[in-house]
Write a protein of this length. Structure first.
Length: 367
């Protein structure tokens, strides 16, 4: 496959937009090729291994590829020229394997039925078990399959980065970042399930969960992986944190809003899915902190089956509490903080402008 042209500088020096479509296609191509290699290795295990690979392919299809993009431009921010673009695209694709792993596990822990408009991994394997009339518990089978696929994707994220094709001396610092990133994601997931089990989270606790479960691995750590591959100093990584961490928090806050207010036809998830799952997000924490009968009603409804009319009613309670408005203000404040840090960072100017555009894309999206 030809190397992606997404990194090329615009012919007009004033042009600062980036068409990421070629880049996304390149990342998908690298993922497809990597999984084809894994299928060749696992095919001798028989048809069950092939079924697992088929689901891995489905889990890695589509998406905005934001994590891969931040990795790419983290590299370009430090080293704008002279890179093996194919190898760098493979390195960026490793972050998408990490993301796919997190989604498979997250859907299982949240008992989510769908992902991007199709059955979630555990539901798909559960349905297959039931349709075949196999022995045992179909739900347990689906859960086991999702755990194993998520673990496999997590392992592959390390493998793809390590074997991306860049010199090992350049890859080693990035592997250190990936190690830290994976630990943060897993610990963050446990914080999330623990908060839900206790059925209580104030705004500060909800922000901690948000930061470690999603924000850091969505923006900050991908930037760090790219910068580390490019030989970025600890000082450069710190500057990228000043940009990437608040932006990642704003990104996840937008995702939390979509989990309650998003259009199912666009998000691929049922309306109010986060409310049905009992998510103790910052949005919910702010609504509950307002107190009163509305907060008590919202608290009782979280984590219970909800009809569309129920979801609309709970939305109105959160609106009346000012929670949605406050989250929108938080997003704006965090984006301003991130962009101010970006403006003051010692980075390549073209990369800086592309990162500015990505900041808008991740915080103003509808899916």
């Amino acid at each position: 496959m030809p190397a992606p042209s997404a990194s090329s500088r615009p012919s007009d020096p004033s042009a600062t937009t980036w068409d990421g479509s070629a880049f996304r296609a390149a990342v998908q191509s690298e993922l497809d090729e990597f999984l084809s290699g894994q299928e060749t290795r696992l095919r001798p295990l028989g048809p069950d291994a092939v079924r697992l690979l088929t689901e891995a392919r489905a889990a890695t299809q589509g998406g905005k590829r934001f994590r891969a993009a931040f990795c790419w431009w983290g590299y370009r921010a430090v080293r704008p020229d002279g890179v093996d673009e194919r190898a760098l695209a493979r390195a960026c694709a490793s972050l998408e394997l990490l993301h796919a792993s997190a989604l498979v596990h997250d859907d299982l822990m949240d008992a989510s039925d769908t992902r991007r408009g199709r059955p979630s991994t555990h539901r798909g394997f559960e349905a297959e078990h039931r349709a075949q009339g196999w022995r045992g518990d179909p739900e347990q089978y689906g859960e086991a399959a999702a755990v194993l696929l998520g673990d496999l994707l997590l392992s592959w994220s390390d493998e793809l980065l390590r074997r991306c094709g860049l010199p090992l001396a350049e890859v080693a610092p990035a592997l250190d970042v990936l190690d830290l990133c994976r630990s943060e994601v897993i610990a963050g997931q446990f914080l999330d399930v623990s908060v839900q089990a206790r059925a209580h989270a104030d705004e500060a606790t909800a922000m901690t969960v948000l930061r470690y479960k999603s924000a850091k691995y969505s923006v900050e750590r991908p930037l760090h992986v790219g910068a580390a591959l490019a030989g970025g100093s600890p000082g450069v990584l710190a500057q990228l944190t000043s940009f990437g961490l608040p932006l990642g928090e704003a990104f996840q806050l937008r995702d939390d809003l979509l989990g309650v207010y998003g259009d199912p036809e666009v998000t691929g998830k049922p309306a109010g899915d986060d409310l049905v799952e009992g998510k103790r997000t910052v949005l919910v924490a702010l609504a509950l902190a307002a107190g009163g009968p509305g907060a008590e009603e919202l608290d009782r409804a979280l984590g219970t089956p909800l009809e569309e009319a129920d979801v609309r009613h709970l939305r109105s309670l959160m609106d009346a509490a000012g929670a949605r408005e406050r989250v929108e203000s938080l997003i704006e404040e965090l984006v301003t903080q991130a962009l101010t840090a970006l403006d003051g960072a010692a980075l390549d100017d073209h990369a800086r402008e592309v990162l500015r555009g990505l900041a808008t894309a991740v915080t103003q999206r509808t899916v």
